[in-house]
Ligand binder design. Structure first.
Ligand code: SER
Length: 624
């Protein structure tokens, strides 16, 4: 079975069981506190937690996911940064009985897995949450014998919440027994089994019985409704269904691996660490850029830069020709664009950004590697095992080696790096450059200052689009940089030149009217009563910020031009924005259009409304 067939068969199966097929959401989650989308359930959190009324009770999807937690594991058979997750959901509708029965039905009747090879795990009870007797009974009723049902604690069989709060619950995992030949060393049954880690058993599907909510860490309250949240990693499922030793030998990876082999003139790279790392990272790189992540010094952009540079270093190890990431990206785009049209739509951005990053790092990579070799000799000659903080910082600062890259290289030499000393050095240099920046720009110049005009312009644009195209226009995504804004919205046709002009005129008119931008805090219910736009996919806290542009305030009867629930930051007055101009309008997925717009002749001093420091931050390596 090809992976295309696996995906389709999954969706068809659940569609036949009255599930709404929902498109994958972006890798950049709506929840501003999460760095990436790492599970299929993220776009459904408001429905699972009961905060929002779901438009359907059952859903299924194939979700793009990115996990940083597994980045050091890449190189083994089954871990990835980017992967696709198949999932089905019940929002207060069916529960354990159907979830278990259907999972088995799909695996055995549609995917033709031998039932005898399926083992499951159940929650053994912890944290005042009882042992999942009910799940055990249902598995047995469905033909899984007792000795193939194993109990585990919360580390393995309690899922969520994604951050520190939110919906969660006990789970049951389905594991596939690949057989004795995959067992390592002296590991034997009955000791060997699910979660043994020797390679014989592969976890293929996680069924979460989501009936708890945690508002405070460690406090579990029953949700009003019982939900189902399931997730099956497509790469692993393909590995099992295609009877391969690792995910890298499935049809998902082989075209990429073959291209790496061609470029490096090496064989068997699907079994080799560098081949696997490059294949994993190039997929992630393409998908991240397609969703609007740009390489940078912090947050998401830092992660992207880090994997780009790591892939390039591994390219060196297998003697891949210079610029090798470009042909690989082309293979990824070709392979996936039918399912994820954003790859085709953003093709030129993907290739240009990779190209620029390659050129930048290629300049320092060789010298940095030489420097590293010298450092290793120095450490050996001192009979030490640790590369010190100043040297690690030097590699980082002068040669652009991310901390994690140096760490990986050190480990290959049997050495360590002194991370604490690196951090200290890093902080020291940051203080110096901050002081410099302050002198130069008078203290203004954080990210929020720079994106605020584009952010306020986005609100104006949203409203203008509704006025020109109709009320069906809903925000589907937004991305801001100091240089431009990008806005995705629901609309099925290409906008005419006339419509684009009209929208620009409205936005520029509102800028000219010097409208005040006001922020007020209130409950979510109050905000929606007042007509503030909210996006149903987002998860809102109890008290939300509402930004109104024009009108006086929420107590006044004069309606504002725009009112949205939003975390900010915004300018204080539209006169701080400048001339608004749409530079691109194009499709971005089914029924979604994308606008890129810029602000010209930006005037006035930008004042800060608030600071976007709620954004998830990385703890290390923030400047690169
Ligand atoms: N949320 C669960 C997971 O990510 C099931 O989808 O494993």
């Amino acid at each position: 079975m090809t992976t295309n067939e696996i995906r389709q068969s999954f969706l068809d199966f659940f569609k036949n069981k009255s599930h709404q097929i929902v498109d994958s959401s972006s890798l950049i989650p709506a929840d501003p506190t999460a760095l990436f989308t790492s599970a299929g359930m993220q776009q459904f959190v408001p429905y699972l937690s009961g905060e929002a009324e779901p438009p359907y009770n059952r859903a299924c999807s194939v979700q793009k996911c990115f996990r940083t937690s597994d980045v050091d594991e890449i190189g083994d058979e089954f871990h990835h940064t980017f992967f696709e997750m198949l999932g089905n959901w019940s929002f207060g509708d069916y529960f354990k009985e159907e979830a278990i029965q259907w999972a088995l039905e799909l695996l055995v009747d549609n995917y033709y897995l031998e039932k005898d090879r399926l083992w499951v795990t159940i929650f053994k009870g912890e944290k005042n949450i009882p042992y999942d007797k009910e799940a055990e009974k249902i598995w047995q009723k469905n033909g899984i014998v007792k000795n193939k049902i194993k109990q585990f604690g919360s580390a393995d069989n309690f899922w969520g919440p994604v951050g520190s709060t939110g919906p969660c619950g006990p789970c049951s995992e389905i594991h596939y027994d690949r057989g004795k030949e995959f067992q390592k060393d002296k590991c034997t049954l009955p000791k060997c089994g699910p979660n043994c880690g020797c390679g014989r058993f592969v976890e293929i599907w996680n069924l979460v019985f989501m009936e708890y909510n945690t508002a405070e860490k460690g406090e579990y309250k029953k949700l009003k409704k019982q939900n189902i949240d399931t997730g099956a990693g497509l790469e692993r499922l393909a590995c099992v269904l295609q009877n391969k030793e690792s995910d890298y030998e499935t049809d998902l990876f082989l075209p990429i691996i073959r291209e790496i082999e061609k470029i490096s003139q090496k064989a068997d790279l699907s079994k080799q660490k560098s081949g696997r790392i490059i294949a994993d990272h190039i997929r992630a790189i393409c998908f991240l850029i397609a969703d609007g992540v740009l390489p940078s010094k912090e947050d998401r952009g830092y992660i992207l830069r880090r994997i780009l540079r790591r892939a390039m270093r591994h390219g060196r190890l297998i003697e891949a020709e210079k610029g090798f990431l470009i042909p690989l990206a082309q293979v990824v785009i070709k392979q996936y664009h039918n399912i994820y049209p954003e790859l085709k739509n953003e093709q030129s951005d993907i290739l240009t950004i990779i190209q620029k990053e390659q050129e930048k790092f290629e300049k320092t990579l060789s010298q940095g590697l030489k420097k590293f070799k010298k450092l290793v000799s120095k450490v050996y000659s001192l009979r030490s095992k640790v590369i010190d903080g100043k040297d690690t910082f030097h590699l980082y600062d002068t040669y652009g080696f991310p901390l994690e890259l140096t760490k990986e290289m050190a480990e290959e030499e049997g050495l360590k790096i002194d991370e604490k000393a690196f951090e200290k050095e890093f902080e020291h240099h940051r203080e110096i450059s901050r002081a410099g920046a302050k002198k130069k720009f008078g203290g203004v110049g954080e990210w929020g200052d720079k994106v605020a005009p584009h952010h306020t312009a986005t609100h104006l644009l949203h409203k203008a689009l509704q006025q020109v195209l109709g009320d069906h226009v809903q925000q589907a995504g937004s991305d801001l940089t100091p240089e431009r804004l990008r806005f995705d919205f629901s609309h099925s046709q290409k906008m005419t030149d006339e419509e684009i002009k009209k929208v620009e005129e409205i936005v520029n008119q509102k800028i000219k009217e010097e409208l005040e931008v006001k922020m007020e805090e209130m409950s979510y219910e109050q905000a929606t009563e007042k007509g503030a736009l909210a996006f149903f996919k987002e998860k809102y806290p109890k008290i939300v910020k509402v930004y109104s542009i024009g009108g006086n305030s929420l107590t006044s009867s004069e309606p504002p031009f725009s009112r949205e629930i939003c975390a900010g930051p915004h300018v204080k007055n539209t006169n701080e924005i400048g001339q608004f101009k749409i530079v691109k309008e194009k499709a971005s997925g089914a029924g979604i259009r994308r606008i890129k717009a810029v602000i010209e002749n930006q005037n006035g001093k930008i004042k800060m409304e608030n600071d976007p420091s709620s954004k998830a931050k990385l703890t290390t390596g923030q400047a690169l």
